[in-house]
Design a protein around this ligand. Sequence first.
Ligand SMILES: NC(=O)c1ccc[n+]([C@@H]2O[C@H](COP(=O)([O-])OP(=O)(O)OC[C@H]3O[C@@H](n4cnc5c(N)ncnc54)[C@H](O)[C@@H]3O)[C@@H](O)[C@H]2O)c1
Length: 455
Amino acid sequence: MASGKKQQDGTANNLMQKIASRDFTVGVVGLGYVGLPLAVEFARKGIKTIGFDVDASKVKLLQKGKNYIQDIKDEHVYEIWKNKTFSATTDYSVSSQCDVIYICVPTPFTDNKDPDISYIVDSTKGVAAAMRKGQLIILKSTTFPGTTRKYVKPITDATKLVCGKDYFLAFSPERIDPGNKHWHTGNTPIVVGGITPDCTKLGVAANEVIIDKVIPVSTPEVAEMEKLLENIFRSVNIALVNELAQLCDRIGVNIWEVVESAATKPFGFMPFFPGPGIGGHCILIDPYYLSWMAREFDFVTNFIELAAEVNESMPFYVRGMIEREIAKQPVTLQKAKVLMLGMAFKKDVDDLRHSPALKVAELLDLDGITNISYYDPYIPEVELHHGKKNKRVLKSVKKLDATTLKKYDVVCITTDHSSFDYNMIAVNSKIVVDTRNACKNVKNKKKVVLLGDGK
Ligand SMILES: NC(=O)c1ccc[n+]([C@@H]2O[C@H](COP(=O)([O-])OP(=O)(O)OC[C@H]3O[C@@H](n4cnc5c(N)ncnc54)[C@H](O)[C@@H]3O)[C@@H](O)[C@H]2O)c1
């Protein structure tokens, strides 16, 4: 070594040069809320990008230049399809063409709330079957510490290629926040931790092609754990205000005003707000990944589990609020008509996964309130489940206007979509149960019953 400095291994060096010259191919496995935006971002930078998914219907749409993710502009998908920087396939063998492969598959939990990493295992096997020297694999799915090293690496090592020498492996968690107008893939800093220092360096270089700031950490386990910390931090803080909201209801203090006034402190406080519960594919699920792993080490994550318990009790609390408002009217539970506003798990998105609104509807249905309707401009239809076998399909009412609102005994705001006209809702409903403080600025609050306002 002429310079006396330790040089990168030849394979790592080659890949680094390819990335630096932007002459490399990216593969993205799992084209959902995380994978498709990532693929579009690379392709729009002119990097040849190939998307892989087991869902043939998604691949078919993409093969026609059609988009199905709300956060992505249709014309962006069309543009990268038209200029051939992006293609999609169900065929894993094509992954041998890729230099950098991101894995963005689901990490749900089982019925018993244990982690289900089968999607990670299956997709890694698919990639490993076509692996060649010089590839970098980056796992992005949120998961417990140790997944990359103990579950992914043994599969890729079975190819007889050597990690850190022939191929490279890293974990780099996703931070996308669907519906967020300010923070997107390009301007949200991201962390990467590789199995070896070269794995980390290559992971940083690949991410830097599309992301302004990439932070290297020492191991994949640090990256895996920091992602769980981010989401558990939210879960625990939301649980705290959800508990305080219930206390405030008893003592006659408005929790919303409490949080907003506390947030005037310029340091050491961050506002979180109560609601009907948490949903989505992350904050509800991720704490269970860590709790499960902790048990293997004879450690009970009491704090985290208590937070999950409080958050998961919120749909039950909201059910109680709705039924109390029905009880005040001359109508039985069986005959009462309830309209729920918003089914998505959070505002302005079309994602229904683990939505607390859906849970509230199922609980009401179970109590015999079968006249439930809902309105959500993003969710045309939902299924209410009772156990594994019984399900009932509800379709969104077509229009939200005064005539519609007047038909219902109770209207419950479960998701505070920006497009709702809250003044119109507050004036024309018999009673509004507001679980999101969505009616904060309406002029006439006489018929509004707010979660956590102590009245
Ligand atoms: N959605 C978010 O806001 C968000 C944010 C941060 C992290 N995450 C994490 O990212 C991961 C992906 O989440 P998502 O919301 O994109 O999920 P998603 O369900 O929207 O997309 C996952 C995609 O993977 C595909 N898939 C499943 N098995 C596959 C296989 N074996 N091979 C190829 N494709 C396969 C599915 O068909 C689907 O299209 C999860 O671990 C999640 O926790 C999600």
